[in-house]
Design a protein around this ligand. Structure first.
Ligand code: UD1
Length: 420
């Protein structure tokens, strides 16, 4: 087991290149199988879930070749529509295979993904959307069997703009005769990126980024060469880190628009954000002011994936803050650990009330999920003394090497085996 050791109290400075977005890569990798020739993806960040997705593609018969950070996927030999259980247990995004497998083979079998550390994560909207397009679905013994051989284009009305459901339904319908329309679709930048990727393979998808996506079915697809967008959550995490620690950092390759909800909030705290081209600069000189209310919403609202990090920031800000989590019910696990570091936080249902303190103290804490773990790292960076973070593997799911990134920005943080 590995731990992170942080000596708090250093200001941040310097610049960093933002990594390719995990949440863009995962559906794009699943979508490769819609093509039946070579798909080349550039700047692939080797997040653990990304590696599992390549293993899923391999197990379905695809050829996988790495050339540095370029991934070449030969999908011409794909020969199975069954995703093995060993992968579904490890990577929730195996559910993204449903739509592409239905497109390619007319059928799909995937084990039901379990709940996860941030709450119960149902897939009823994925199922309901596919059923609306005449996919026959049976859920038996923990498996989802989809038969899309009589699938028809049509209209899907999502009860909630689910990111995964929107992506699955887009990918399932690209080769249907006629036009499919998804209403109340999610509007995240990763959905626009998936649309661009699908269109690079010859598909005809439009409207992504709005709440109505239109898919005109095509008879065949092509190979593709594609570079996905950068990770707005990783960029956002380091923006908050600088706001908390003080200093001056530049994030290269960051997209201002994708982080607008965060920028609007940080502008209320006394932190200065300057955007030039694809660089975001964060300048923080004094202890930040509290943000009176932050409530998570689907994009373009404040992202739930930055909630724990901004909550960590509120614990050392001047004043009182209210954080409301509207998407995932178990996303306040970080609070117990922050309390051990001296934070003053009260939880009421989906609300956290935070009274900013002038100082946190280093402690031994445990990461219990990906973004909560990142929030603890940020708290460790400002705390007095040393912080040890256990169960770092959660953080590694969404940050290639958080300690290397932060060291480049001047933090004192290292990874060690817990025995050493
Ligand atoms: C994606 C992101 C995740 C992010 C989340 C919300 C990926 C790989 N993951 O997850 O990092 O936190 O969007 O921005 O892109 N829901 C249902 N039924 C469904 C599907 C979802 O009730 O069938 C609910 C969920 O429980 C949750 C909400 O809808 O409350 C949002 O979920 P969704 O947008 O689907 O998130 P994911 O695609 O799982």
């Amino acid at each position: 087991m590995e731990n992170l050791y942080i000596k708090g109290g250093r200001e941040l400075s310097g610049s960093l290149e933002v990594v390719t977005a995990k949440n863009a890569l995962l559906p794009i990798l699943a979508g490769c199988i819609i093509s039946n020739s070579n798909v080349i993806i550039h700047k692939v960040a080797r997040f653990s879930d990304v590696i599992y997705m390549t293993k899923i593609l391999e197990s379905l018969g695809c050829g996988i070749k790495w050339d540095g950070d370029t991934l070449v996927i030969d999908t011409s030999c794909a020969n199975s529509y069954v995703v093995k259980d060993e992968f579904t247990k490890k990577v929730r995004s195996s559910i993204f295979m449903l739509g592409p497998l239905i497109s390619r083979f007319g059928r799909a079998r995937v084990a039901y993904p379990g709940g996860c550390n941030i709450g119960n994560r149902p897939i009823d909207l994925h199922i309901k959307g596919l059923k609306a397009l005449n996919v026959k679905i049976e859920e038996r013994h923990g498996y989802i069997y989809c038969d899309g051989r009589n699938m028809k284009s049509g209209e899907v009305h999502l009860d909630f703009p689910s990111v995964g459901a929107t992506e699955n339904i887009m990918m399932a319908s690209v080769m249907l005769k006629g036009t499919t329309t998804i209403y109340n679709s999610a509007r995240e930048p990763e959905i626009v990126d998936l649309q661009d990727f699908l269109n690079s393979m010859g598909c005809k998808v439009s409207g992504a980024g709005t709440s109505t996506i239109v898919i005109n079915g095509v008879d065949s697809t092509l190979g593709s060469e594609y570079t996905p967008i950068k990770d707005r959550i990783v960029a956002g995490t380091y923006m908050i880190a600088c706001a908390m620690c003080g200093g001056d950092i530049c994030l290269n390759g960051a997209n201002k628009e994708h982080n607008q909800a965060l920028i609007t909030k940080l502008n209320q705290t006394g932190v200065r954000i300057k955007c030039r081209g694809d660089t975001i600069e964060v300048v923080s000189k004094t202890r930040p002011k509290s943000i009176s209310i932050i409530d998570t919403q689907p994009y373009p609202g404040f992202p739930t994936d930055l909630q724990n990090q901004i909550l960590a920031m509120q614990t050392i800000s001047r004043g009182t803050s209210l954080v409301v989590e509207n998407l995932f019910e178990s996303r306040f696990k970080i609070v117990n650990e922050l309390t051990r570091m001296g934070a003053s936080v009260t939880i009421k249902d989906r609300m956290a009330i935070i009274n900013g303190v002038s100082k946190l103290y280093g402690a031994s804490v445990v990461a219990s999920d990906l973004r909560g773990g990142a929030g603890l790292v940020l708290a460790g960076l400002v705390a007095e003394g040393y912080t040890t973070i256990e169960d770092v593997y959660h953080i590694d799911r969404g940050y290639l090497s958080i300690e290397e990134d932060l060291c480049k920005l001047g933090a004192e943080i290292k990874r060690c085996n817990s025995e050493t």
